[in-house]
Ligand binder design. Structure first.
Ligand SMILES: Nc1ncnc2c1ncn2[C@@H]1O[C@H](COP(=O)(O)OP(=O)(O)O)[C@@H](O)[C@H]1O
Ligand SMILES: [Mg+2]
Length: 157
């Protein structure tokens, strides 16, 4: 018999049922575009209002990081892939080809920011983690960063 933990783990690697890819220039106006488009695509799974708000918030933090950190003094492309997977799992990948993160473990600490002069809170990754079921971060200096958000949607009655 499979344990609940195993079942939960498998939900992170379920087969893809539907997929959307978009790319947007790193203009601040595109932060709200990104979160609205991702939410619209996820709507086919009939998520609760709360789950939609969680996804939008996490996407917003990840995309903002591309705009303000990855492409700090330039405009670059933000690549977003949304995968709806078996087991009601939403996987959102937000990728940039910007400056990268030197120390991901440190960057994920609450209140850590390299941009205190612009009054950043250093809470972006913490917000993503608290609104999602898993957050993966891969980064290489001067090559870019990929943040993958996993949200496990509850079964609807
Ligand atoms: N896409 C990214 N590219 C480069 N650096 C990033 C990226 N995302 C996050 N970072 C780094 O991680 C730090 C922490 O991010 P975050 O928790 O969102 O806090 P904040 O954005 O308020 O600084 C940032 O200050 C920045 O140094
Ligand atoms: Mg941030």
């Amino acid at each position: 018999m499979r344990t609940n933990l195993e079942k939960e783990k498998n939900r992170f690697s379920g087969a893809v049922i539907n997929e959307m890819r978009i790319k947007l220039p790193s203009l601040s106006v595109n932060e709200s575009v990104a979160r609205s488009v991702v939410a619209a695509f996820c709507a086919q799974l009939d998520p609760s209002a709360c789950e939609v708000a969680d996804i939008k918030c996490a996407v917003s933090e990840a995309v903002t990081n591309c705009i303000v950190h990855a492409y700090k003094d330039s405009v670059g492309i933000i690549y977003i892939t949304v995968k709806l997977c078996e087991g009601r799992t939403v996987r959102v990948e937000i990728r940039d080809r910007g400056r990268g993160i030197e120390n991901v473990r440190l960057a994920r600490q609450p209140l850590y920011t390299t941009d205190a002069e612009n009054e950043r809170s250093g809470m972006g990754f913490t917000v993503m983690e608290s609104f999602c079921d898993r957050v993966r971060v891969n980064s290489q200096c001067k090559k870019g960063t990929t943040v993958t958000l996993y949200k496990l949607l509850k079964n609807r009655e």
